[in-house]
Design a protein. Structure first.
Lengths: 230, 243
């Protein structure tokens, strides 16, 4: 069963897997989470702004993104981004966008929809008296959001935001469909080159599992700490 | 945008000789729905068993439920599909592995099983939350009436819990449909896969993906509407959603 497995193939591929693959995966996860959070917060503020038209636009965007499979969205942006780039820069031909930039844009746009729902719940969890008190103190809308509402909303939602980032970390493996060398892509390239699918995929599974497990354990501890304060 | 739009492409014959490009996409949609349906049955059955185990008084059952959920939740779906598709046949005894490899429609069965078990962990978490949201008195009342644990779950706890978690289950079902698209990586020609091959054959990228997008949105709308009716039909009197 496991007798003819060659685990040395993993050891030899380690530098490639981690320097190339994992670096890509982690950078993509981090930047996409950051961008998704910023855009998501903007979408949530649009939805709660009280301006009907802004709320409608944000709502349609969120529902639209959430009804589509991520794989399809990855393909969409992969083909669409060069044309958007051409439109923005006014070039005469679709511009070529690197694999990293293309997947980063995809994940920011896709995750913004999910982060916006989390931030919306976070903002709605702040009691009505707080923005009222802020405006009584003479703070503007921007100041109220910046100093009163958003810091608390962010803090209350931190465990959920991190959980969503763990999901994002796992979802970045889907850039495999564009033959990008993320962690799984690197594992798969070695697997196919050396004909060692079993070892490489098992190893990839163990690495993803370990990182996600540690992160979700951290979230549980964080949740316990936050729960005591409230 | 210097892109040659050609919306008539859908009515041109596809190179596989299976009708038009539109037929190709529709057969992809059918396969998406078939895979999702089988995956959902697996997810619902195993997820319910594991979810119940997490609420049982037995420590062992609790621990198993916890480990099960952690196992299936902490690996990307894509990696899980690769494990089912490439790794499982190799580590099974030779005869069983060979049988698996020669299975007709292997991508379909792998996708349904892989997505099914992946989603079962999520169903289990939802069901556990639903059961623990019930007042403690319900379980006690069931015991006081002389119901066994199985009867208590069958007649008292589960009928309530499933109704309470119907809205989150709807979104898990929608996730199941969307997640079947990951099976494009093991060669399943579901909707996204067919849109991708239409793009490769015809070079009409945006038409193909637009059509797939519209089909996904339609499926979404149908499921959401149907579930809203179901929710109203099974609503518990006295609860906010009840009559």
């Amino acid at each position: 069963m496991f007798g003819n497995l060659d685990f040395d193939v993993i050891r030899r591929a380690l530098p490639y897997l981690f320097y190339e693959g994992m670096t890509f995966t982690l950078t993509l996860t981090f930047l996409a989470a950051l961008g998704g959070l910023i855009f998501g917060t903007a979408l949530a503020l649009m939805r709660l702004s009280g301006l009907k038209i802004l709320g409608r636009i944000a709502g349609i965007y969120v529902d639209f993104m959430r009804s589509l499979p991520l794989v399809l969205v990855i393909f969409w942006f992969y083909f669409l981004v060069p044309y958007i780039g051409q439109w923005v820069t006014g070039a005469s031909r679709p511009i070529s966008v690197g694999a990293f930039a293309s997947s980063l844009i995809t994940f920011i746009m896709f995750e913004a929809a999910y982060f916006s729902e989390i931030m919306r719940a976070g903002i709605q969890s702040i009691s009505r008296g707080q923005p009222a008190a802020a405006s009584a103190l003479g703070l503007t809308y921007a100041q109220t959001m910046r100093y009163v509402v958003l810091p608390q909303a962010f803090r209350n939602m931190l465990p959920v935001l991190i959980t969503q980032t763990i999901v994002l970390f796992q979802d970045t493996s889907l850039v495999y469909v564009l033959s990008i060398t993320d962690f799984l892509g690197a594992a798969s390239k070695v697997a196919q080159r050396d004909g060692r699918l079993v070892e490489m995929y098992l190893f990839a599974a163990v690495v993803y599992f370990t990182i996600s497990c540690i992160a979700s354990y951290g979230v549980r501890r964080l949740q316990a700490r936050i729960a005591i304060i409230r | 945008m210097n892109y040659n739009w050609n919306w008539g492409i859908f009515f041109q014959p596809n190179p596989m000789g299976t009708g038009t490009y539109l037929d190709m996409l529709l057969s992809g949609l059918a396969l998406t729905l078939k895979t999702a349906a089988l995956a959902w049955v697996i997810a619902l059955i195993t997820g319910s068993i594991v979810g119940v185990m997490r609420t049982l008084p037995s420590k062992g059952a609790n621990w198993f439920g916890f480990a099960y959920v952690e196992f299936f939740r902490n690996m990307p779906l894509l990696v899980q599909l690769f494990l089912w598709f490439f790794v499982l046949p190799e580590i099974l005894p030779r005869a069983a592995g060979l049988w698996l490899k020669q299975l007709p429609n292997a991508p379909f069965w792998t996708a349904a099983i892989g997505v099914g078990f992946f989603m079962s962990a999520r169903v289990a978490v939802q069901l556990q939350a639903g059961i623990s949201s019930l007042p403690r008195g319900q379980k006690m009342a069931a015991t006081a009436l002389g119901l066994t644990t199985v009867q208590g779950y069958r007649y008292v706890l589960l009928p309530m819990a499933f109704r309470i978690i119907l809205p989150p289950l709807t979104s898990e079902f929608l996730n199941t449909i969307k997640n079947t698209a990951v099976a494009i990586t093991i060669g399943l020609l579901e909707l996204t896969g067919q849109a991708r091959s239409m793009q490769e054959f015809s070079f009409q990228v945006f038409e193909a993906f637009t059509a797939a997008t519209i089909l996904y949105l339609l499926v979404n709308a149908v499921v959401v509407t149907a579930m809203r009716f179901l929710e109203r039909w099974v609503a518990i009197p006295g609860y906010i959603t009840g009559k």
